[in-house]
Design a protein around this ligand. Structure first.
Ligand SMILES: [Mg+2]
Length: 255
């Protein structure tokens, strides 16, 4: 496959889970090498629903030691925070933390949703680790818990029907927030308007680029998918089936 629409972009923006790595897993050795090569040639941004700590664990810390990190820009929790490397260390450029009363309201809405009969049946009783996680700028519900085994996560809601049912209960309870279906089992709640399109706007603003300078690569570019907003923002986007296809894209760009 060829991806000429990405070749001349100044900055390639990647989703993380399902695109660069399997859900919550580290990038593999081949991806680490390719990603490092890409950073020699292009600005690269990662936009994910996850935290900056996850981005470091899954990606940054796996890159070869000589990687040019100055070209890497991290936009965790859908662009509600931004980190860049200054040659020595990672700097927090901004972080738009939720207020405590906002977090409380979100927690209460999840409690209500979990008590609705039709929903309480689909939420597993056995969970692994934290289910509703405070990510400072975002609250994230993981139906099976943050540490659930990958195979169980993949099997739980592949068609997003379960999470759509939960979202439909949450939406009217949280009109001032965005409720979005995230990675394999998660629902992310942020202030309204914080999504991958918001992150795209921040990338343009801080890297002094226009949307035409960006190319986006993600596994969930379809209505209801958490990468769809990037396409809707008007960025040239390529939907990948899996991590291997992302590798092929990077190989094509760095050729
Ligand atoms: Mg994804």
């Amino acid at each position: 496959m060829e991806y000429p629409q990405l070749k001349n972009k100044k900055c390639i923006v990647f989703d993380l889970d399902g695109t660069l790595a399997l859900s919550k897993q580290a990038i593999d050795v081949e991806m680490a090498k390719l990603f490092s090569e890409l950073l020699k040639k292009k600005l690269v941004a990662i936009v994910s629903g996850g935290t900056v700590d996850q981005m470091e664990l899954q990606d940054v810390n796996r890159l070869p030691p000589d990687t040019f990190l100055n070209n890497l820009h991290l936009f965790p929790t859908n662009g509600s925070a931004y980190y860049r490397f200054d040659g020595k260390e990672w700097l927090e450029v901004y972080k738009e933390a939720l207020l405590n009363e906002e977090k409380e309201k979100i927690k209460q809405a999840f409690t209500i949703a979990q008590n609705v009969a039709s929903i309480s049946e689909i939420i597993p009783t056995k969970t692994f680790g934290e289910v509703l996680e405070d990510r400072t700028t975002q609250m994230t519900f993981s139906a099976l818990g943050q540490q659930a085994p990958l195979d169980q996560k993949s099997a739980w809601d592949p068609d997003m029907k379960k999470r759509t049912a939960i979202k439909n209960i949450l939406d009217p309870l949280l009109p001032e927030f965005s409720v979005r279906i995230g990675g394999a089992t998660s629902i992310d709640v942020t202030r309204k308007g914080i999504d991958k399109a918001y992150a795209i706007g921040k990338i343009c603003q801080y890297l002094k680029l226009s949307k035409e300078d960006l190319g986006f690569v993600g596994d969930a570019i379809f209505p209801g998918g958490n990468d769809y907003a990037a396409l809707q923002a008007g960025v040239e986007s390529v939907k990948v089936e899996n991590v291997e296809e992302t590798k092929n894209i990077i190989k094509y760009i760095i050729l």
